[in-house]
Design a protein around this ligand. Sequence first.
Ligand code: BES
Ligand code: MN
Ligand code: ZN
Length: 495
Amino acid sequence: MKILFGKNAQISYDTAILFLTDIKKLPNKAKMLDDSVKGHISHTLSNDNGFKAKYGQSIIVPLPKSAAYKRVLIMGIGDVKEITDQKLRQLGGKLQVALKTASAEKALYLYEEDKVLAVEKFNLIAEGLLRRNYVFDRYKTKKKEDEAKADIHSVTLDAEELSAVKKGFKEVEALIGGVDFTRDLVSMPPNDLYPESFAKIVEKELKPLGVKVTIIDEKKLLKMGAGAIMAVGQGSARQPRMVVLEYNGKGKVSKTPDLAIVGKGITFDTGGYNIKTSNMHWMQFDMGGAGIVSGVMKSLALAKSKKHVVAVLALAENMVSSNAYRPSDIIKSLSGQTIEVLNTDAEGRLAMCDAMTYVQKEYKSKKLVDIATLTGACMVALGHEFGGVFTPDDAFWAKIDVASNDTADKAWRMPMTEAWDKEVKGSAADLKNLGDGAFAGASTAAAFLKNFVEKDVSWAHFDVAGVVWSFKDGDLYAKGATGYGVDLLYTLINS
Ligand code: BES
Ligand code: MN
Ligand code: ZN
């Protein structure tokens, strides 16, 4: 779907879009359209058909042959005083669904110059439209009947003052470019997306945009002593990779990026010998953290951001085989700390800790974010609505909170305390990859990772187990990969 600005006389639009706050008062452009069809629209609205112009309600009114459009799609916005930015994004998503239902191909949004809604706010609607428009259908050889409807070709904004809104839209485009890249990665099946192919896809996508991409293969990982990520991946024929992504918009070489990010990229998590007995198929999205990080780097590059960010993808596949790691193995991480593997299904923290050590050793960033589909426990706590954020640093959390509230990606701060630090101390080794009891699993995972953060580094850990994938359609995504987190991190970096 394209978002276009300014009515074009060469294009014939099949659908007019109107936003209404009240069905009894048609604003200017609506009134003109209504007059041109002899009151057909106002007549339809006054017949009680349930449409009251409440927020998110929509109605499709077919127009007579003589009219300028085949139909008019009317969206309710309800009480404008109650409209928030997030509600406008969601309205855009609802608009996408309504346009698709109407089989609209070329739609023209008749913006009312009465300024009930500032014209720049259209960018939030555009963001919602584009987010909801994403589909992952590249593996389909034929489309089902309901999907055979033509794609929405374009939505055009018809307004007088376009320069500011056009400028703002560049940001939306950069953001969506990243979000959709993340969704492509998260949606891909694990037979096609494994560490080596993941690394190549990211390289192909990001290198031409000016991101420096370095792929560290299993031989180099072994040699450097990344024993934790290597243990996780040793049971798979598809061997681990670390991928280092560096975007520097500062115009000068530097070893101190504004932020370092690490993403969990378990391309499939069977659990290993502690094999998963339910919902194993969900674990195709266990590379969601690395997917988000890849999307953020793409958005930064597309937006030609002035920031300097380095990211590491921790890519491995957790499988069973005669060569797989075992519960009770003791492994040595890149940091030098030894770890008792008490559960092969707590693999994410093992892959992550080596990538965290690597990025802090090679770059001197004072800020570190890691993002991972780390624990089922976080999904139990926060469901699909919030990502969990763990950080000992109040000021860092405050920044994250602000960024989150500026975006569609909701985040909730989770607790950290010394009691959980003790739970991950090992008996035969320095650390163990499991807490003591069955409880606070998201927090003990965070406590484990804390051991790999250098003293002077400000760190936040995001557990996104519940939010990278949705099991049902939402306002901003269809069932599947949500694209969560790209906007939050992108906004945080630019703040
Ligand atoms: N990738 C899973 C966590 C997960 C579960 C993500 C459900 C998304 C949805 C992780 O590797 C895992 O298996 N964690 C275990 C940890 C446990 C063994 C301490 C879990 O959550 O059960
Ligand atoms: Mn696991
Ligand atoms: Zn996992």
